[in-house]
Design a protein around this ligand. Structure first.
Ligand code: SF4
Length: 434
């Protein structure tokens, strides 16, 4: 008899959350891998805003596939400071989750994914409800949170915690649960058939990142960098087309690395095949890689959201270089304000004036700015500096990594300064038509 696996995308508990093409890509791949191993797979996506219980205001997506998550207010965990915002649980109502669980007939095991580490309380809520409704069922937790905070994640109520890639880490767990061997060492594609809302999807044409930024945990999540072969990537795009998915977000950490042999070839093939997708790059692109040909390929293959990682505060990208890069975009047909850039802020001893200057620099370059907030992760290089200066402690609650806490924890931008910077940013961005 076939074994039954229930996959769950868990709740988020945070001050804020927005669906910026937030997709549990690992779960879709797991679905494919389990089906290949003769499992029956069911899927409950607690962040699925097309669920019938969700009010229209939240279920309506923007044309590009992004949108709000439905939420309910919950008490703020005491360890978090008061930041003038209420704490929320994002996802379908708990009563609807319970009903969905009751509809699944006798699952043999539940598999939960995870992403941002400081969202772990949403995982605990999810597991508590699963245990309440399904009783003594094996619950397996995987994804980024246990990969980065393995020991901490063992206290979530999950029966098994999987660290790293599931292809290697899951087979022994499956063997323990089902008493027989499973192999997941084959080419794994995301299984789009379980997708409820088909307005958008994510894709990864590579794994890991070849760089080692001091504040980033990418190497701890995926130690090796690997670009998938062209055939694999094209098959993924074919699958997306077959499922009539229009908006595609690239999840690659370094999409433009080795551009001549990777992204340019992929985009030329996409152009030839006339796929008609809308592409988005929520992870931020390395602007130094944008040349004239690439900017034209972006335009021809319909890149609708282009976000650059400018990091001009750390002087990784110089104003003069950005000026040249922007010429390529304008020549390719992009309009003023159509290109966006992340300004990563939240570091120690940052100054209000330098961030303000960076905002004006981006505006003068006709780039719309977006703030990205630094979130400290234990084990990164910058963590050690913060630790030496007494701002963080090893073993502290990962909820303190919340990206909104930096004005309250580090000696840099103060809360009222951040507010003013956001006002300046809005004022400047509103001047663009896009
Ligand atoms: S910040 Fe981006 S470029 Fe730097 S290591 Fe992380 S994923 Fe790579």
């Amino acid at each position: 008899m076939k074994k039954k696996a229930l996959l769950i995308n868990p709740y988020i508990e945070d001050f804020t959350a927005y669906d910026l093409w937030l997709k549990p890509l690992g779960l879709y791949k797991l679905s494919y891998a389990l089906k290949k191993n003769n499992f029956d797979v069911s899927f409950i996506d607690l962040l699925d805003m097309s669920h019938p219980s969700i009010p229209k205001k939240f279920s309506k997506k923007r044309e590009n596939g992004t949108g709000k998550f439905y939420y309910e207010y919950i008490p703020k965990p005491e360890i978090l400071p008061n930041i003038g915002r209420r704490f929320k649980r994002y996802g379908i109502p708990i009563s609807s989750f319970k009903e969905e669980l009751k509809k699944i007939k006798n699952p043999d095991a539940v598999f939960i994914t995870s992403s941002i580490v400081y969202w772990y309380k949403g995982i605990i809520t999810t597991i508590n409800i699963i245990k309440e409704i399904l009783g003594d069922i094996p619950v397996v937790l995987g994804g980024i949170y246990p990969t980065l905070y393995y020991h901490h994640s063992k206290n979530t109520g999950a029966d098994f915690v999987v660290k790293g890639n599931f292809e290697e880490a899951l087979p022994p767990v499956l063997e323990e649960i089902f008493g027989k061997k499973f192999a997941l060492d084959f080419e794994i594609y995301p299984d789009y058939s379980i997708l409820k809302d088909k307005t958008s999807m994510a894709i990864q044409t590579s794994k890991g990142c070849p760089y080692s930024c001091s504040y980033c945990a990418s190497k701890k999540i995926e130690p090796l960098f690997f670009q998938f072969p062209l055939e694999y990537n094209l098959k993924n795009f074919e699958n997306l087309k077959n499922f009539k998915i229009k908006n595609i977000a690239f999840y690659d950490d370094a999409l433009l690395y080795n551009k001549e042999n990777h992204i340019k070839i992929i985009l030329k093939e996409i152009k030839k095949k006339n796929f008609n997708f809308s592409f988005h790059t929520p992870n931020g692109l390395d602007p130094n890689q944008i040349d004239e040909e690439l900017a034209v390929l972006f335009k021809e293959t319909n890149f609708k959201t282009i976000r650059l990682s400018v990091d001009i505060l750390n002087k990784k990208v110089k104003y003069e270089n950005l000026k040249e890069i922007m010429k390529n975009f304008f020549k390719a047909g992009y309009k003023e304000g159509e290109i966006e850039a992340y300004l990563l802020i939240g570091f120690l001893e940052e100054k209000f004036e330098e961030i303000k200057e960076a905002l004006y620099d981006l505006f003068n370059l006709k780039i719309k700015s977006k703030f990205a907030y630094f979130s400290p992760i234990e084990g990164t290089k910058i963590w050690e500096t913060l630790k030496e200066k007494g701002f963080v402690k090893d073993g502290e609650d990962p909820i303190l990594s919340n990206k909104l806490l930096f004005p309250y924890r580090f000696k840099g931008i103060k809360p009222e300064e951040l507010k003013e910077l956001k006002n300046i940013q809005n004022f400047l961005n509103q001047k663009f038509i896009f």
